[in-house]
Design a protein around this ligand. Structure first.
Ligand code: ZN
Length: 82
């Protein structure tokens, strides 16, 4: 096993953070493992700014595990490489 890079810890360890809806200004609770959340008030979709190495790291799949990786791909956080 190799050490995980710091960039994936927010994905693997859920933490709550609050974001402000850019549309209506409401405070929206977002779990770090959720890739996006809909605003309770206006329904605006707020994306979790996953500023993470998994978006480009070629070892991302090994790092976060296949299950998480597939989910990120499904959420289009990770673009499938050709
Ligand atoms: Zn809103």
């Amino acid at each position: 096993m190799f050490d995980k890079c710091p960039g994936v810890t927010t994905i693997l360890q859920p933490t709550i953070k609050f974001k402000t809806c850019p549309k209506c200004g409401a405070e929206v609770e977002l779990v770090s493992t959720d890739m996006k959340v809909d605003c309770d008030k206006c329904g605006f979709t707020i994306y979790n700014d996953v500023n993470s190495c998994v978006q480009w790291c070629e070892y991302a799949k090994e790092c976060v595990g296949e299950e998480v990786y597939d989910r990120l791909k499904k959420e289009q956080i990770i673009k499938e490489k050709e």
